[in-house]
Design a protein around this ligand. Structure first.
Ligand code: SF4
Length: 333
């Protein structure tokens, strides 16, 4: 796909199609993310090939618990972001605008490294991958040649064009549903809640494996009412088989005066979700047992401690005890 078009309102401008801001840029102008620029000929992704972080992580760290469990994921990010969250744990790269052009790596080389290091997937993470989708897609296409899958860790503010283009390119995504409060999205994060919600539905319809994370930030998004709204949205629109990761906040970046999320709050959210019927609910960052159970016969299928898988009974997507289908993408698929 072409990642830009001529602006509908001004033929001298170009519209970036990478995320739902649809920045209209005149020549020389850079969008909200700080890394896509109208160069006159086109909108160029300035971070193409210029990564700022490169690691091999367990896939559980994304977090994805129902996608190739206990496998390694080559994880990379660039600089820049289209959101500006006050508590960003990766603000050193996400809010950085300076691009280190000295460290170029090609899409082919990234895929080759993933193959050499026996990674089952490549994760586009650390900063918002939508803003460097042209690079991510080229890597994903190279990786597919080796049978390596691709994963987005995202704020869910992609454009609808990108979500449709992801089909057959990006296999799984973890989206941060950061709040259920329109004002909070607008004033503290970026984007807007309604767009994120409709994107979640579109991702699900496009059959990209979807897991959701909510970082519970004390006094910002952790009221019982708001948690109930998040759970109800997941249940009614995405299905009870969508894994929900509830994550504990720790003070970071501009939110240094807030306390850590209490275990009681995390457990309250967990209990609400389980009582509403969500099948796969996990509490992250605090060492709570994060096991996956068969929703039908309750057999413990995967035992985890933090990001480590201690035991995995799932050698296919079927429960070895009762043969029920377990939701997700597992070995051999
Ligand atoms: S990626 Fe989003 S924020 Fe960046 S220029 Fe494109 S539309 Fe604007």
């Amino acid at each position: 796909m072409q990642y830009f078009k001529t602006s509908n309102t001004n033929p001298d401008k170009k519209t970036c199609l990478l995320c739902s801001y649809y920045c209209d840029l005149k020549e020389g102008q850079i969008g909200i993310c700080g890394v896509n620029k109208n160069t006159g000929e086109k909108i160029e992704c300035l971070v193409y090939g210029h990564i700022s972080a490169f690691n091999i992580d367990p896939i559980e760290k994304k977090p994805l618990y129902h996608f190739l469990p206990n496998s390694k994921s080559l994880s990379l990010g660039t600089v820049g972001c289209n959101f500006h969250c006050n508590f960003c744990q990766n603000h050193g790269i996400s809010q950085e605008k300076k691009i280190d052009k000295s460290n170029y790596i090609s899409a082919k080389d990234v895929a080759q490294i993933a193959k050499q290091r026996l990674c089952k997937s490549i994760s586009y993470t650390y900063n918002e991958p939508t803003i460097f989708y042209p690079f991510a897609k080229d890597i994903a296409i190279e990786a597919k040649k080796f049978g390596i899958k691709s994963v987005f860790v995202s704020n869910g503010f992609e454009s609808k064009e990108i979500i449709d283009d992801m089909v057959g390119v990006i296999d799984a995504i973890n989206v941060d549903l950061k709040s259920f409060n329109h004002k909070y999205y607008k004033s503290n994060l970026g984007g807007n809640l309604d767009q994120v919600l409709s994107n979640l539905i579109r991702l699900k319809k496009n059959k990209i494996w979807l897991e959701i994370t909510t970082l519970l930030v004390p006094s910002k998004n952790d009221s019982e009412e708001e948690i109930r709204k998040i759970v109800k949205f997941i249940k009614d629109n995405l299905g009870v088989n969508t894994p929900w990761h509830i994550s504990a906040f720790h003070p970071d970046y501009k939110e240094l005066n807030l306390p850590r999320t209490s275990f009681e709050k995390l457990k309250m959210a967990y209990d609400i979700a389980k009582n509403e019927g969500l099948l796969y609910v996990y509490i992250g960052n605090i060492g709570f047992p994060n096991n996956t159970y068969c929703p039908k016969c309750n057999t413990k299928l995967i035992s985890r401690e933090y990001f480590n898988v201690l035991d995995n009974k799932l050698t296919s997507s079927f429960c070895p005890e009762c043969n029920s289908k377990i939701d997700g993408i597992f070995e051999g698929e």
